[in-house]
Ligand binder design. Structure first.
Ligand code: S6P
Ligand code: ZN
Length: 195
């Protein structure tokens, strides 16, 4: 782990940071129960365990005062009519905010609170998104053929609660909008996503 202040470059074209510490890959199998069209999900998985998104992280102590940061890359594609997306999570310390800065691509952040509020904010290059404390968040690539690339930063002691979303899903889903860029629809399986 670095013991002195540092900088890193984000090479144009890939935005894969120089000297990252950790590379995470998430595939179809990691999204079991999350996509609405389960037949399309199974058919796709029968072909290949497609890579949906990747995260490049810098290692920092997971304590208050530190800021965890890295790059998230969601690849383009759909399962049925639903776009490739991240698992999404609450932070274990619910009262935790997070900043995203969009570097490339077109997408949205789907967010909701335990109290039932929801929001969908567009991500496009040059836009900064502040995810308020208490809001679960999932990034979705609504682009045709380009990666959605964001830089993220959040408090070191935040932790992650993936279980709530794995069990319930998000209240809103992002699907192909036909003539529109995308549509936001109610998740008919909200509350029992993993069944
Ligand atoms: C972490 C932050 C991002 C996500 C990344 C992948 O708090 O929100 O680094 O980890 O976008 O999403 P997920 O939901 O699989 O962690
Ligand atoms: Zn987060």
């Amino acid at each position: 782990m670095r013991t002195e202040p540092y900088t890193f470059g984000l090479p144009s074209g890939t935005f894969i940071p120089e000297n990252y510490d950790n590379h995470i890959e998430r595939r179809l199998t990691d999204m079991k129960g999350q996509y609405l069209d389960q037949d399309a999900y199974r058919a796709m998985l029968d072909q290949k365990d497609t890579l949906l998104y990747e995260v490049y992280e810098f290692k920092r102590p997971e304590v208050a005062g530190e800021l965890l940061h890295g790059i998230s890359i969601v690849h383009p594609g759909k399962v049925g009519s639903e776009y490739f997306m991240t698992k999404g999570h609450f932070h274990s310390v619910l009262e935790t905010g997070e900043i995203y800065y969009c570097l490339q691509g077109q997408g949205v952040m789907v967010m909701e609170t335990p109290e039932g509020e929801w929001a969908v904010e567009e991500l496009r290059p040059g836009r900064v998104l502040y995810v308020l404390p208490r809001w679960a968040h999932r990034s979705v690539n609504t682009g045709q053929d380009e990666d959605l690339i964001t830089f993220f930063v959040y408090p070191g002691d935040a932790g992650h609660d993936y279980g709530t979303i794995e069990q319930k899903g998000f209240r809103k889903l992002i699907v192909d909008g036909g003539d529109e860029a995308f549509s936001v629809i109610d998740n008919p399986r909200w509350g029992n996503a993993d069944s």
